[in-house]
Design a binder for this molecule. Structure first.
Ligand code: CP
Length: 323
């Protein structure tokens, strides 16, 4: 089965591959889809008859559940596969797993994988649409898109904004996708973290590197705070978590010392008291749960567009079957 022609191409592997128009089109398509999740009956027939496999080879709460809600609210048939309990545990390769799923006539695969490049590798080898739900330290495009939508909701723009990504940039697919997306939409982007957690040559991507978090907060309109990915750290990247919090942690004291009304995002899961203090995470600067809410609408928009839906018909599509 060949996938329908879409304005995004066959797959969504990363924001590095999209242009500004395609990114804006996803954000604009997500807008009308937000309202579906507010309805008493949260279901429209937009993807009726489509079969989607959620193939999660790494743990996930937000991305996996939000994709599943998005798929179900658009009336797709969904199957969830985790490494544990699948034949991956018996040594089956990723491509063999996908080809067997293809043999059962699926339409789309949403994949999270520990290996950087896994989503693109699969996209090049199977005819179904492939959506990257996070691959190693490469990209997490749907997270960056929901971050962009949340920033746009709260500031009214992306162009000209100063957004600083703070924390473990080295291991972060969220950072890479955010950098590509923000720069393409005309934001200024900063990064801040210990030298050990900044990739070599990060400045060549077009970002400003801040050594002191106080300077980053003073500069930024928006902070996107990243967790220390302790599970990907084989060596000692920071002396202690307490020391990391003392030097880089986002606290109310640090936010109040800066001049502006800084917006604070975090992709989750959070290490409270390490990269972000609880009073910030739960306080007035935070839009962290709004990011989660927007994640469902953004994923609906991506599914709709990859299935061949037209951005300008999203409003009409969501009214189908209502009444
Ligand atoms: N932000 C994010 O990817 O969270 P999960 O790992 O819970 O999906």
């Amino acid at each position: 089965m060949s996938p329908a022609a879409s304005s995004l191409g066959k797959d969504l592997v990363g924001l590095e591959d999209l242009d500004a128009g395609q990114i804006r089109s996803i954000l604009d398509t997500a807008e009308p889809f937000k309202e579906i999740s507010e309805r008493k009956i949260k279901k429209v027939p937009v993807l009726r008859g489509k079969t989607i496999v959620n193939l999660f080879m790494e743990p996930s709460t937000r991305t996996r559940i939000s994709f599943e809600f998005a798929e179900k609210r658009l009336s797709a048939d969904t199957v969830n596969i985790a490494a544990s309990g699948s034949s991956v545990q018996k040594g089956e390769t990723l491509v063999d797993t996908a080809r067997n799923l293809e043999a059962m006539k699926i339409d789309m695969v949403v994949i999270r994988h520990w290996a950087s490049g896994a989503a693109g590798f699969l996209a090049d080898r199977i005819p179904s649409n492939v959506i990257n739900a996070g691959d190693g330290s490469h990209e997490h495009p749907t997270q960056a898109l929901l971050d962009l939508l949340t920033i746009r909701d709260h500031t009214g723009r992306i162009e000209g904004l100063k957004v600083c990504i703070v924390g473990d940039i080295l291991h972060s697919r969220v950072a890479r996708s955010n950098i590509f997306g923000l720069l393409k939409l005309g934001a200024e982007v900063g990064v801040c973290g210990p030298r050990t957690l900044l990739p070599a040559g990060i400045g060549e991507l077009g970002v400003t590197v801040f050594r002191r978090v106080e300077e980053a907060i003073e500069w930024a309109d928006v902070l996107n705070v990243l967790r220390l990915q302790l599970e990907r750290m084989k060596g000692g990247y920071v002396p202690t978590l307490r020391e990391y919090n003392r030097v880089y942690g986002i606290s109310t004291r640090r936010l109040e010392a800066a001049s502006g009304e800084t917006l604070v995002l975090h992709p989750g899961p959070m290490n409270r008291g390490v990269e972000i203090d609880s009073d910030v995470a739960d306080g007035p600067h935070s839009v962290i749960l709004k990011q989660v809410t927007n994640g469902v609408a953004v994923r609906m928009a991506i599914l709709y567009l990859l299935a061949g839906g037209a951005p300008e018909q999203a409003e009409a599509a969501k009214q189908e079957g209502v009444g």
